[in-house]
Write a protein that binds this ligand. Structure first.
Ligand SMILES: [Zn+2]
Length: 183
């Protein structure tokens, strides 16, 4: 990740990356963020977060509408976020959540959704998910309880991800106790 890249250091880098991941043309992105097209091109080829774009390219979005690509990217980002949550990579969780937020905003704009409550609900759900993850790391039992509820509602993937976070936290607490005894 070259420090000299003006896209990497751009304050709206997450939004730029999200737009590129969503399949917006480099020219359009350059124009939207007032960036030189050559910089966007170099950034796209060399610096895009591979975890966020690992999925793009295998199935080229040819023939898909922008909205289809946005929805697909959102699903992929969600998968990245869950994986990052499970592996405890908080940097990736935050990046993926921020990119999801940017995508959701773009999607809502494209769909002409100006109902703020829909946008707020989606955003709230995201931050709620992040908060639950954080709470679980502090108190695994809370996570286990929420995971059981999620399972009751058929949200097995989310429940499994949360259980994994809880298991990791329990292990950590166990190790901390062991260390405390030995000292
Ligand atoms: Zn860059």
């Amino acid at each position: 990740m070259a420090r000299s890249c003006i896209v990497c250091t751009h304050p709206e880098r997450v939004a730029v990356d999200a737009a590129l991941v969503a399949g917006e043309t480099q020219a359009a992105v350059a124009s939207t963020y007032s960036l030189p097209p050559s910089s966007v091109s170099r950034h796209f080829r060399g610096h895009l977060d591979t975890a966020l774009v690992g999925f793009s390219g295998n199935e080229a979005g040819e023939g898909l509408s922008l909205i289809d690509r946005l929805v697909r990217s959102l699903g992929d980002l969600e998968a990245v976020r869950r994986q990052a949550l499970t592996s405890g990579n908080s940097g990736h969780v935050i990046r993926a959540a921020a990119a999801s937020n940017a995508l959701i905003q773009t999607l809502l704009d494209r769909l002409g959704v100006d109902d703020l409550s829909v946008a707020t609900d989606l955003r709230t759900a995201h931050f709620l998910a992040l908060s639950v993850g954080a709470a679980t790391r502090v108190n695994p039992e809370t996570g286990r309880l929420i995971a059981a509820r999620l399972r009751d509602h058929g949200l097995h993937d989310d429940a499994a991800a949360l259980d994994a976070v809880a298991a990791k936290a329990e292990q950590q607490q166990f190790e901390n106790r062991q260390n405390g005894i030995e000292k």
